[in-house]
Design a protein around this ligand. Structure first.
Ligand SMILES: Nc1ncnc2c1ncn2[C@@H]1O[C@H](COP(=O)(O)OP(=O)(O)O)[C@@H](O)[C@H]1O
Ligand SMILES: [Mg+2]
Length: 251
């Protein structure tokens, strides 16, 4: 059996009396594209937060590439190769695309982002930034101001910013949320074209979109793991239909 790149054992996150994530165990092999689905409030984002370090788990352990990262800082996790985008846009609107990427590459310096640091990127960093822009179909927009981009282009830029860190495991929280069908198509193409060596974990509400992008699906409900299966089996799974699609008869 292949060693898992990510292994969760009994991970729980409690907010007051609410178990937002409740005893979740799962393994993701290297190179897999995994969807986390489930109805609103199922605990998907909280689970991402527990894995990437935004929220400390109240129970369980998170192993990344065999290392226990349960108590590591966000920064240390990022250095090990965990990357993510955010459900809420996280860009500097008055700066250009290139400037935002430069901030993403340079990272926090002395506790805050070095907005005023005039230093140029190293050639290696510049190459990474250009590559990330090209992958995200943004290479013509490097000098555009973020405030002038469409919402879809801003989501593409967020993805480019996450990619500049060269993550080994990338978490995407609803990358197509709020996008038009055309914009969703672009994001889907970008994700489909990402290198297969990059392990992906994707939260997405659009079932058709997400099932067309991933190898395997984990469905959460009320903080618990409900079902894990391949996309074709998820479509017809009665439990998934019940909790996620609403009624058993809903197509
Ligand atoms: N910081 C928080 N404090 C208190 N409750 C929270 C917090 N974050 C999320 N929750 C609650 O935890 C549950 C799971 O939320 P979330 O992980 O955002 O679900 P999903 O992403 O699947 O929609 C919800 O009931 C939500 O209201
Ligand atoms: Mg969410």
């Amino acid at each position: 059996m292949t060693e898992a790149l990510l292994r969760l054992s009994d991970v729980g996150v409690q907010f007051g009396g609410l178990k937002a994530v409740d005893g979740v165990s799962l393994s993701i092999p290297p190179g897999q594209r995994r969807a986390i689905i489930g109805p609103n409030g199922a605990g998907k984002t909280t689970l991402f937060n527990a894995i990437t370090g935004m929220v400390p788990p109240t129970t369980g352990t998170v192993l990344f590439d065999g290392h226990d990262i349960t108590r590591l800082s966000i920064h240390r996790r990022a250095r090990l190769g965990l990357g993510r985008t955010f459900q809420i846009t996280n860009l500097f609107p008055r700066l250009t695309v290139a400037e935002n990427l430069r901030l993403a590459l340079r990272g926090p310096v002395g506790g805050k982002f070095a907005i005023f640091a005039a230093d140029r990127l190293t050639p290696e960093q510049a190459t990474r930034a250009e590559h990330a822009l090209a992958v995200c179909r943004m290479d013509r927009m490097a000098s555009a101001k973020v405030a002038d981009l469409s919402y879809g282009e801003q989501r593409q830029l967020e993805l480019a910013m996450a990619l500049t860190a060269s993550p080994r495991l990338l978490f995407l929280d609803e990358p197509a949320a709020g996008l038009s069908p055309a914009e969703r198509g672009i994001v889907a193409t970008i994700i489909r074209d990402l290198p297969r060596t990059l392990t992906l974990v994707l939260i997405e509400h659009d079932m058709d979109l997400v099932l067309s992008l991933v190898d395997y699906v984990t469905c959460l409900n009320q903080g618990r793991l409900l079902t894990e299966a391949a996309p074709e089996a998820i479509r017809s799974d009665p439990d998934v239909r019940r909790v996620y699609l609403g009624t058993p008869h809903h197509a």
